[in-house]
Ligand binder design. Sequence first.
Ligand code: KIV
Length: 274
Amino acid sequence: MSVHSKTRRITVPEIRARKGGDPIVSLTSYHAHTARYVDPYVDFLLVGDSLGMVMYGMETTLGVTLDMMIAHGAAVMRGTERALVVVDMPFGSYEESPPEAFRNAVRIIKETGCAAVKMEGGARIADTIHYLTERGIPVMAHIGLTPQSTNVMGGFKTQGREESEWAAIEADAQAVADAGAFAVVVEGVAEPLAARITRQIEIPTIGIGASPVCDGQILVLEDMLGLSPKPPKFVREFASLGAQIAGAAEAYADAVRNRSFPAQEHTYGMKKAK
Ligand code: KIV
């Protein structure tokens, strides 16, 4: 009899049930091997369309395609076994109509194996969230600073600095919760407003540049690893991998130039994963 026990992935209902409980830990992820390192420590991984900037050097997320999201989503699924994986719907893949959003979300789910999709917007996409969740596709919403609207917003700006802006953002939060989203990313929102929304709605809020009292937090993995050239101001770097990579490249270049490379014959097998 096999004693092999496969790790079970965290599920959408388990994340939903964490409202008001232990903080939900999440990171973005675009890449199989780095996903494997962080998998044991997070509740969910978001294959965010921020990959346009982080992986492809784009200025914004607007150029990211559905095929890019699917390729990276599948890679993160292959690299992980425990975390719930959520894949972003890129700009232009869900705004036109609920049926179009459904077709594209189905491609993401079928071709990556992930369990849920994320889409940006509040009240304006509530019908789409309802349409998808009624048809078996869990949706994480994303309100406040929504990077796909950068041209409308005139850049990346904190939302809700003025109290006069609060009612619209609170209405967005309530609309996505009522439509059936299982959680909502609250990005770049003034702290007192993020705290109010967290108290008001019945689904978990996942903060990024928002408030520590959100039900969970997310950061772009490369930002918190110290790999991003210009991380947002609110980011705390938990490592300095950029400097370590440069140091390793320098040491490698020295080893090659000094011909102090280890002997290579008969060494082509793989080392065991650490
Ligand atoms: O695309 C992304 O990485 C995101 C997070 C910043 C929440 O949406």
